[in-house]
Design a binder for this molecule. Structure first.
Ligand code: DAT
Ligand code: MG
Length: 140
């Protein structure tokens, strides 16, 4: 296993309920290190571009509106096998199917308002990190 970097978003439902620290604790407890972090309010254009892969799905409009409804915390997480590890810490997309102790099991409100985003593969991790961070902002 190699040291990887992955991209994470703490979503509006979680920032609104003041859960940022509790979610970061789960990342850190799993051995993921935060090498970049900022709180932003995404524009509609950013949200549409970031989730462009889902543009033809029926929930796209709802997803974009949700992502711009409140601030989010965008982060880069680093560690052994970070992409898969983060997906494990997050839990299944649908909180009803998420394993015990995962972020989504503990905090998500619904399949849409599911508290966190995480990259799903090395290529998407690289693209998503670049979308929000310059190289100078990544401090390992
Ligand atoms: P994940 O966030 O687990 O990678 P995904 O990439 O399939 O899941 O979908 C991206 C986001 O879109 C997901 O976090 C929440 C929203 N979404 C997915 N399926 C949905 C559905 N059936 N209804 C409403 N929102 C959905
Ligand atoms: Mg996804």
């Amino acid at each position: 296993m190699a040291i990887e970097r992955t991209f994470s978003i703490i979503k509006p439902d979680a920032t609104k309920r003041n859960l940022t620290g509790k979610i970061i604790a789960k990342f850190e407890d799993a051995g993921l290190r935060i090498v970049a972090s900022k709180r932003i309010h995404m524009s509609k254009e950013q949200a549409e571009a970031f989730y462009g892969v889902h543009k033809d799905r029926p929930f796209f409009g709802e997803l974009v509106d949700f992502m711009i409804s409140e601030p989010v915390v965008v982060q880069v997480l680093e560690g052994e096998d970070a992409i898969a590890k983060n997906r494990e810490v997050m839990g299944a997309t649908n909180p009803a199917e998420a394993a015990e102790g995962t972020v989504r099991k503990d905090f998500a409100l619904s399949i849409g308002e599911n508290s966190v985003h995480g990259s799903d593969a090395p290529e998407t991790a690289a693209e998503e990190i670049k979308f929000f961070f310059s190289d100078a902002e990544l401090v390992g």
